[in-house]
Design a protein around this ligand. Sequence first.
Ligand SMILES: [Zn+2]
Length: 270
Amino acid sequence: MKTLNCPKGHGAMKPMTVKKEMNFKGVDLEIEADALVCPECGLEAGTLQTAGALQLALADSYRAKKDLLTGYEIKELRKSRNLTQRQLADTMNIGIASIKRWETGTVQSASMDHALRMHLQSRIQADNYSGNREISLPRIKLVAKYMEDLIGKRLLKKGDKFLYLAKYLWYADFLSFKTIGRSLTGASYAALTFGPQLNNYKDLIDPIKTSNEDDSEPLSDDELRILEKVAHKFPQERMVYEAAHREKIWAEAKIGDLIPYSCAHELNEI
Ligand SMILES: [Zn+2]
């Protein structure tokens, strides 16, 4: 750290944390800042913090006083939900720049604060990637078996990486969310290079294959109709594969990102 001598001839000034009173957006705030201080006469030689850190300290002090989420809280909540800034921005239908600014010291509006809390503190966030349902492996197996019966092909083959099954599941889950407000299986889907796929599919394939479909809640009449619609639309595996690749909600997603269920109304092929 650089040293500085007191201009009044008292020798070296010492780095200290000082309390500063500052006015921010019309509110008087007390923040802590690192500064060089003369132990003899108390003269302060400005803060050592970067302008950015000072801005964040001010904004967070202001937000704490106004009952708004602080930048630190936004960041920690977001991480606790396992979300990137991009994923949070996408589910809120806002730009990633807003998330970056809020986390680094721009104060969000009250309505955006409300939206942030909705997405970070409630289950809405999780629901947007699981379609209002806890993931159920037996149910994925049940849906897969029913789909196999409908199209007359085996989708749960030995060594299969769910290349086709994942597309059938994706359409069925998203169509279900769109029509009855809830997915069929609770699965999350990632946009991969070869189409939408079960998120973490490598870890799920074997547990799905070995799960018992009889452990699943049975399919309702509405749910059966959704599966029949998907099978009727895509009687061949190639068809569901190619249709999925024409969907802009997959094509426009970044590779590896989760596809939110809130995009279900943008499906074009079904
Ligand atoms: Zn001095």
